[in-house]
Write a protein that binds this ligand. Structure first.
Ligand code: NAD
Length: 488
């Protein structure tokens, strides 16, 4: 596929076929220059229902083959991701705006997620024990049936892979609802899954927005819903899908705090903090958003400002996703300035020559932010770092603990004892020590705390196996002379 041309319209993918549907369409915009690159349908309950029926039919045969057979398809699929890395990276770059290297890192992470899924026969070994002489108990994991995955705009390739390989390998069939802002990458996933040998109906895509999400939450034949997006919508999806008696895991937004201590290595700290706040234009749920500087760390701040100046919009910094997002981010900066924050680096009104229609915000560093300001409390989702000054580590931890969110937190120090205090006392699901983006690598699981995640367990790793399966417990006795106890 030549992705420099305007792409064909996005279609739903049901039972192994792309289908045109709907009355209403949205333009898909390239955030780097504001151009229209495709259109996406806004599907309805009827479209979801059609996909669910196809997935339910496919479930009968897909769940009946062995785990070892199902993983073969994902071995092949992982190889196809590798073979098409360049093309898939360019597609992510086109629809999301992130840099090529950032997009490529997504595909690499998607491959790693497939590697976890194909190791499932090594992990999901059912349990059996002779509980009385001649009497055996066993536990087997069974798939749930038709499940759904709803994803955000910021990782068009990786976030769908948090769910697709694991849920499908475990025997479920799926309805995928990608973000309507970035629906193109998922289309290629459908192609490549088919090429890898996935039977029709096992993976389906229904495009659209709120109406599709609501239909997924309400549909009586969908057994489980995985959601990744903002906290506002995560709460809606969690409440609505659990009230219709589904299991749900809903990952929400973030406000990650990096605690910088005066003994931190200045060079490593500055480069890590800047990379964390500017990577993917700050549109990562693991991005640094607040830096809490303990005592005198002026030398590190000075170095950070110098490092951040080397992050240039249109070169090594992509745009934010939309005009609306650019305005929201710039309004936050303006509000903080009027409330007394000192702007060390100002990314407002950025225009990239030759890409005047793009939605760029330059790296922005705000100093002397106070914990009550909205830039300190709310998710900005742009390349903006707010620095709060704290007199000691206790105060810094208190500031971190005060956030409603709890995705990630990090500490920069050379003291093991102080790092340990933050590891123990920070109220976040993922902690970094001298690492600005503490994303666990597989097989370690991904998931935050507080308002960054609703539901039990994490979205990847071992607890995802619990999420996508149910246990069947069987007690067996064949020989009449078996020794029985009080309950057999
Ligand atoms: P979003 O919540 O706006 O959208 C996510 C999904 O929900 C999309 O598929 C969208 O179509 C749908 N949606 C939007 N509004 C809806 C509504 N009112 N009712 C029902 N469905 C609705 O999120 P986004 O802007 O696409 O993504 C950015 C957000 O995702 C940020 O808050 C970011 O922190 C979060 N995120 C979190 C994680 C995590 O692991 N915790 C990972 C990636 C992104």
């Amino acid at each position: 596929m030549n992705i420099t041309e305007k792409l064909p319209e996005v279609k739903n993918y049901i039972n192994g076929k792309f289908e045109r549907n709907g009355q209403n369409f949205l333009d898909v915009i390239n955030p780097s220059d504001g151009s229209i690159i495709s259109t996406v349908p806004l599907s309805t309950f009827e479209d979801v229902d059609k996909a669910v029926q196809a997935a339910a039919r496919a479930f009968t045969t897909w769940s009946d083959i062995t785990l070892k057979e199902r993983v073969q398809i994902f071995f092949r699929y992982r190889t196809l991701l590798e073979k098409h890395t360049d093309e898939l990276s360019k597609l992510v770059q086109l629809e999301n705006g992130k840099t090529y290297d950032e997009a490529k890192a997504e595909i690499e992470k998607s491959m790693e997620l497939c590697e976890f899924a194909v190791s499932m026969p090594q992990i999901v070994v059912n349990e059996v024990q002779e509980v009385s002489k001649g009497v055996e108990c066993r536990i087997e994991r069974k798939p749930l049936g038709v499940v759904a995955s709803i994803t955000p705009f910021n990782f068009p390739n990786m976030v769908p892979h948090w769910t697709i390989p694991i849920a499908l390998v475990l025997g479920n069939t799926m309805i995928m609802k990608p973000s309507e802002l970035v629906p193109l990458s998922t289309v290629r996933m459908a192609d490549l899954l088919k090429e890898a040998g996935l039977p029709n109906g096992v993976f389906n895509i229904v495009n659209g927005g709120k109406e599709v999400v609501e239909a997924i939450c309400d549909h009586p034949d969908i057994k489980a819903v995985s959601f990744v997006g903002s906290t506002k919508v995560a709460k809606i999806v969690y409440r609505r899908s659990t009230s219709s008696l589904k299991r749900c895991i809903a990952l929400g937004g973030a406000k990650n705090h990096l605690l910088v201590l005066p003994d931190a290595n200045p060079e490593m700290t500055a480069s890590n903090v800047v990379a964390s706040m500017t990577g993917c234009a700050g549109q990562r749920c693991m991005a640094a958003s607040v830096m809490v500087g303990v005592d005198n760390i002026q030398h590190i701040i000075d170095r950070m400002v110098e490092d951040a100046k080397k992050i240039v919009p249109g070169e090594n910094l992509g745009p934010v996703i939309s005009e609306e997002a650019k305005k929201r981010i710039e309004d936050y900066i303006t509000e903080a300035e009027s409330n007394g924050a000192k702007i060390l680096l100002d990314g407002r009104n950025t225009i990239v020559s030759g890409k005047e229609g793009g939605f760029y915000v330059g790296p922005t560093i705000l100093d002397y932010v106070t914990p009550d300001m909205s830039v300190a409390r709310e998710e900005i989702f742009g390349p903006v770092l707010s620095i709060i000054r704290a007199k000691d580590l206790d105060e810094a931890i208190e500031i971190e603990n005060g956030s409603n969110y709890g995705n990630a937190a990090a500490v920069f120090t050379q003291s093991g004892g102080l790092a340990k205090q933050v590891m123990e006392r920070a109220s976040a699901g993922m902690i970094g020590v001298n690492i600005g983006v503490p994303v666990p690598r597989e097989p370690f699981s991904f998931g935050g705390w507080n308002e960054s995640k609703f539901g039990v367990g994490d979205i990847t790793g071992r607890s995802s196996i619990e999420f996508w399966t149910k246990n069947k417990k069987t007690t067996i006795k064949w020989n009449p002379e078996a020794k029985t106890n009080w309950m057999s």
